[in-house]
Design a protein around this ligand. Structure first.
Ligand code: HEC
Ligand code: HEC
Length: 327
């Protein structure tokens, strides 16, 4: 069983390498996977990001919502830009291989007890989270992909809330939903603690792809907010250096701009939800597509500070209540 598990992991890593040829493939797969899943879960024309609601600003060609629309339309019409049947097959193979490897790694820990001790896999957390590494990096540092987030160093309470949210369907991304489907709370807590304690170096900040005016808008919204539009400064909860606050507010650095804009878009359109009162859903709905593009570009361009630890619980008086943060 153990060598079987090892072979499964090797096969999985090979497949992942195959799909790792270009960053584009990864982010496309991630985006279209999300659409695919939403479509399945909400039925005909029910893709929340796709058809149930048009973006409020139709000119916003850069927003993640618009990208999602285009990808989905291409899939629907079989356009040959990568969004056709071949990709559906590839995606399925990819998800299956991820699941296969993860569960092999997970179960071989118990199965090994009955095996000869010779080939025992090390029962460490690092071995258990091997199935996560291809997408999140061995230490949760993230990968080059536009869409796979850094996990390490985020507060354990935040990570735990996200694992519960994926398991219980408040947050939707099929590979994650499947991987966590049957895992007990205590196990998820251990995974969260593991990644919260990791401190791999941050990636260099992303090159800026927006004009100076847009970047300035992003900086201003993040650091000051916009009183006239009742938008609170992001730093008022995420910390003056955006390193997050214990126990459940994440740092916002070391993430790709596509990931950040997709999350804000997901809150706005209701495909990512948090325990009520959902302060991030509230904040996201106050932001225009341009604001989101600006904020995402700005955050991705900020280098991480030397001390990137989340600030202690209760250091800030939050401008809104957040259900996921215990008072
Ligand atoms: C196939 C790729 C893939 C695999 C395998 C995977 N993840 Fe993820 N993970 C993602 C993506 C993509 C997201 C962002 C999804 C979204 O849009 O909400 C994510 C999000 C997360 C988040 C939320 C991060 C945040 O900052 O909000 C956590 C925590 C997480 N994953 C943990 C894990 C763990 C633990 C494993 C292994 C058991 C794992 N993931 C395996 C791709 C993956
Ligand atoms: C009132 C406090 C508060 C304010 C203000 C706030 N946030 Fe948040 N933010 C949170 C909390 C709490 C979470 C965790 C939500 C959860 O558990 O899913 C969060 C999560 C996030 C995430 C998810 C990170 C990830 O890794 O997936 C992003 C992105 C984000 N916030 C961006 C922003 C931006 C941009 C602003 C400013 C426009 C902002 N936040 C303002 C409290 C706040």
């Amino acid at each position: 069983m153990h060598s079987f598990a090892r072979e499964a992991i090797v096969a999985y890593l090979k497949i992942m390498r195959l799909f790792d040829r270009t960053q584009k493939t990864h982010s496309f797969v991630a985006r279209s996977e999300r659409l695919h899943w939403d479509n399945l879960s909400t039925g005909e024309n029910g893709v929340a990001l796709l058809t149930s609601e048009e973006p409020k600003d139709p000119s916003a060609s850069e927003s993640s919502v618009r990208i999602a629309h285009n990808d989905a339309r291409d899939i629907e019409h079989g356009n040959d830009n990568g969004g056709d049947v071949r990709n559906v097959v590839k995606r399925s193979a990819w998800v299956l291989s991820a699941l296969f490897a993860f569960f092999s790694a997970f179960f071989c820990i118990d199965v090994n007890a009955a095996d000869a001790p010779l080939e025992r896999a090390p029962d460490t957390m690092q071995a258990r989270v091997l199935g996560c590494a291809a997408c999140h990096g061995a230490h949760g540092e993230g990968t080059d992909s536009d869409y796979f987030p850094r996990l390490s160093g985020k507060p354990a309470g935040y990570l735990y809330n996200q694992l519960l949210a994926f398991r219980d369907g408040r947050r939707k991304y099929p590979p994650m939903n499947y991987l966590l489907a049957y895992l007990p709370d205590a196990y998820l807590k251990q995974i969260a603690d593991y990644f919260a304690g990791e401190r791999p170096p941050f990636p260099p900040p992303s090159a800026v792809t927006v004009d100076t005016k847009t970047l300035d808008l992003g900086k201003s919204l993040v650091t000051k907010g916009d009183a006239a539009r009742k938008i609170p400064a992001c730093v008022s909860c995420h910390g003056p250096l955006m390193t997050g606050m214990e126990p459940a507010i994440p740092g916002l650095l070391g993430l790709h701009s596509d990931y950040i804009s997709a999350q804000l878009g997901a809150w706005r359109y209701g495909t990512r939800t948090t325990i009520a009162p959902d302060c991030m859903a509230h904040v996201s709905r106050l932001l225009s597509d341009r604001d989101i593009t600006a904020i995402a570009a700005y955050l991705a361009s900020v280098p991480a500070p030397t001390d990137a630890n989340p600030i202690p619980a209760g250091s800030l008086k939050m401008p809104l209540a957040c259900g996921s943060v215990q008072p």
